[in-house]
Design a protein around this ligand. Sequence first.
Ligand SMILES: [Zn+2]
Length: 84
Amino acid sequence: MGEAKDRGTFQERRELAQRAAPDMNDMPDVECKCGSIVFQPALRIKRISPILSKIGKEETATMNVVVCAKCGEQLLGAVLSNMK
Ligand SMILES: [Zn+2]
């Protein structure tokens, strides 16, 4: 009786694990040129020229990027959210 109950709980846990996000520790790390695998979020501020700006004059927009925590190099292709 107790065994059956335990199995049920195990199955429930498996189902939950499958639905939840995959274990990040199992995934390969992105490495910086310097070999570091630790990154931190940073902001870039983009100038939008008057020609492209909706308000007809130069404005700025922030862009979220990821930089290496060791050497500060920006990790290209790892933009957290697109510039609006
Ligand atoms: Zn680095």
